[in-house]
Design a protein around this ligand. Structure first.
Ligand code: MN
Length: 159
């Protein structure tokens, strides 16, 4: 079963919160994702059907083994994309940009990005060469494209 963006965001958050003690409460999830408790209920049912969470009504939510594997990957993906954007010295809005990228990148491409980050971290000489050939980060002649923020349209409360 393919997971929607929203399902991925929930799984990532469930993994983050439940990592320490093994479970999460619905109300905590609603607060953390800034959504209505009714949305959480619906989404947990979907994640249950997808075999990602274990959930009984009015009980705590916990991850299945598969849910935990995917949750761990989603947290890693978020972390690695931030590392990547920092490496290439994106001037701002890293979290927004990760939000725009994360659901559309394949796991294989993520691993290639990891290799790139690791390579430049462990080879400062090449990193310096990259730094030397940098141009101004503005596109061309300082034009800005404030209209291009489509990622703002999506998010957690979507059905
Ligand atoms: Mn997301």
């Amino acid at each position: 079963m393919v997971l929607t963006e929203s399902m991925e965001d929930y799984l990532e958050m469930i993994y983050r919160i439940s990592r320490q003690r093994g479970y999460v409460r619905q109300v905590e999830l609603a607060q953390a994702l800034n959504v209505q408790p009714s949305s959480v209920t619906r989404m947990i049912q979907k994640l249950d059907e997808a075999g990602m969470v274990i959930y009984e009504k009015y009980r705590h939510i916990s991850l299945t083994q598969r849910g935990r594997s995917i949750g761990r990957f989603l947290v890693w993906r978020d972390h690695m994309l931030k590392q990547f954007l920092q490496l290439i010295r994106t001037p701002a809005a890293i979290e927004e940009q990760v939000e725009g990228i994360e659901h559309y990148i394949t796991p294989v491409t993520m691993c290639l990005i990891r290799d790139l980050v690791v390579f430049f971290r462990s080879n400062p000489k090449y990193f310096m060469a990259l730094e030397r050939q940098r141009r101004s980060p503005s596109y061309p002649e300082g034009e800005k494209f404030e209209e291009l923020r489509a990622w703002l349209f999506r998010h957690a409360d979507a059905p």
